[in-house]
Design a protein around this ligand. Structure first.
Ligand code: NDP
Length: 325
């Protein structure tokens, strides 16, 4: 028997903690003993049913996990290997990581890069990995610290916190945007040079505004992303990965055709394996032992139900690490 969160829609949409057996797991090449998972924004949407994230029922949510291979029919992974998984539709179309066991195709798994542990890998989770993908997109575009300040929106969230810390560690001057008036010290600890209030960007703005940012990591969307683009310097680059404010993008083409800015869309779910490996390797080399406690708080599987609501209400700082041991 193992514990799992299970979402079902009969009689009404609900999530509950259940005891399952191995023979209830989907048929797949590899079975993983999950040590840690995380509670992401998408998991919170799935658990609460606020958005149609779940495509098949019953569903075990959890878009990422890390643990040890228990059984393998694949030559790529052997029993005892330390592995992690992000995305690929787990927790949406395939049973995910908010359970003590997961069964998945080998092609979706990757080795946890040294020196990271399973716990550290999930302290990073999909949020940290997505922040790294955003930053790699900015670097690929040629952004350097000498080009000017970089803006991070949704800064106390999972993606935002990692983006602030990683950019600062790479030598960038980071301006962090937050709606949490009490989080300035946290953001400064992560490495932000300047902290500004969310209201400065979240209301409808002008098509073009004063040029301020050489680069942007945006996890918020909507007016915030539109204003961030309007404030991006000539030739600057914006990486957009989220929709915490909204899915809309009420912008004009002005920053693109008059300032030549670039907007890079970032998807973590179907990212090809070489890009995943590159992102995780850079995370493993940039992060330090002391970062993890600052960036994440540990919860249990049963805590995940209540925390899902708090996460969607924007009340969580950093990452929620779910201990499944
Ligand atoms: P979190 O909930 O941890 O962080 C989101 C942050 O956004 C909040 O902490 C808050 O930060 C800010 N925020 C919340 N509500 C609003 C609002 N109404 N207006 C402006 N800012 C707001 O989520 P994650 O960091 O895990 O994910 C962030 C976004 O990125 C989500 O939309 C998620 O779906 C998306 N995402 C996309 C991925 C991809 O593959 N493209 C992968 C991972 C995440 P503060 O209080 O500091 O302002």
């Amino acid at each position: 028997m193992f514990s799992a969160l299970v979402i079902d829609k009969t009689p009404d949409y609900h999530a509950s903690l259940q005891q399952l057996t191995d023979n209830q797991l989907p048929d797949a090449e590899v079975i993983v003993q999950v040590a840690y998972s995380t509670l992401n924004y998408k998991d919170a949407l799935a658990i609460t049913g606020q958005s149609p994230v779940v495509r098949a029922f019953p569903m075990v949510p959890g878009i990422d996990f890390a643990g040890t291979v228990l059984k393998s029919k694949s030559p790529t992974f052997a029993v005892g290997d330390q592995v992690l998984l992000n995305g690929w539709g787990v927790g949406e179309k395939h049973w995910g990581g908010l359970a003590q066991r997961a069964a998945v195709p080998a092609a979706w798994l990757q080795s946890i890069p040294a020196p990271l542990t399973a716990k550290q890998a999930m302290s990073i989770g999909t949020a940290g990995y997505t922040a790294m993908l955003c930053i790699q997109a900015l670097l690929k575009h040629g952004l350097t610290p000498a080009a000017g300040p970089v803006l991070v929106t949704g800064a106390t969230g999972g993606v935002g916190s990692f983006a602030v810390l990683l950019l600062a560690r790479l030598g960038f001057h980071v301006t962090a945007v937050t709606g949490k008036t009490t989080s300035a010290d946290y953001l400064k600890q992560l490495g932000a040079s300047v902290v500004v209030s969310r209201e400065t960007l979240s209301a409808p703005g002008k098509p073009l505004a004063k040029e301020q940012w050489a680069g942007v990591v945006d996890s918020v969307g909507s007016h915030t992303l539109a204003n961030a683009c309007a404030q991006t310097c000539y030739g600057g680059v914006v990486a957009a990965c989220g929709l915490a404010q909204g899915m809309d993008f009420p912008a004009s083409v002005a920053p693109f055709i008059l300032r030549g800015i670039t907007l890079c869309g970032i998807d973590s779910v179907m990212q090809p394996m070489p890009a995943r490996i590159a992102a995780w390797q850079q995370l493993a080399s940039l992060l330090q032992e002391t970062d993890f406690a600052l960036l994440s708080q540990e919860i249990t599987l049963s805590d995940a139900l209540a925390k899902a609501h708090a996460l969607l209400a924007g009340q969580i700082q950093g990452r929620l690490l779910v201990n499944l041991q």
